[in-house]
Design a protein around this ligand. Sequence first.
Ligand SMILES: [Zn+2]
Length: 343
Amino acid sequence: MSAPTRLPLNTPRRFYRGGERILAFRGLETPADFDGHRPEDWLASTTRLFAEGGDGVTVLADGTSLPEALAADPDHWLGPDHVATHGVEPGLLTKLLDAGERLPVHSHPDRAFAAAHLDCEHGKTEAWIVLGAEPGASVWLGFREELPPHELSALVEAQDERLLDALNRIEVRAGDTVLVPGGQPHAIGEGVFVLELQEPTDLSVMLEHRRFGLEEAHAFLGLTVDRALESVDRGPLTEEGLATLRRRWTDVSGVGHALPERATEFFRAEVLSATPGAPAVGAASFAVVVVVAGAGTLTTTGADATSPRSTEVGRGDVLLVPYGAGAVQVDGDVTVVRCMPSA
Ligand SMILES: [Zn+2]
């Protein structure tokens, strides 16, 4: 399987609402029995949900699970350098996320906390590439003022609006990107549709949980509340700090990074933006390719650059491209984002 393959929809049921923007983006009809709780499409996932049934792993169109496919031919899928450094896992979880309601305020452990207390080598730094947003829609990130541990505990105990109010509110629109380092508390507001890159875990500390009906054991990763709250960055996250976490992916012409520099230790999101007569080219890599604007052709050169294959693509197409497919070129009037592991 050396050609790009289209990734099937993979939308495990979640506790919060959403999902119609994913179906619309993908060009799919909303099924008559749609339950309204399919807000995340897990793309090229080797990760399972921490709770809520444990689904999430991608099954390819031929019925093989992605972990099985990777194990059968790791060098082809991931490239020998990646396998030597990271083993037979992409080290990346990519999602489309449609917030049909505001998500609860939560945070994810960083690598050090996950290694020390959760027996896991990955934390969960994540990044949002905003593909669409209702007018005035926002996200929240980081405490504006430093919160002493006892104040954080008190806010979590109270489970009221003060937790959200303590965060930086950021109005977003299509074209924005935001990096969310492990530990930083955050929430995505209703009406925001993002392409999300994450470290490949489902470890969340649900600071807000009661109004979403989440159990405490799920909310705090099975840890004591005090221990779980040690993973939270108590701030402050200042204006200057926020500026280092933001970018505009639509500012890229040709080839460039969608995410701020400090994301590259965790994952990469490369924008390839072609205009008629000016193709854009990216080097061979395992990548989830999401067509975010326009239409055109995606060509892979083949491992030896002598067996090119072309696919017609348009906004909403989601492709999995193995390292062995070779370099990728897009032609036409089209912009894609290539979600890739760290180099
Ligand atoms: Zn999150």
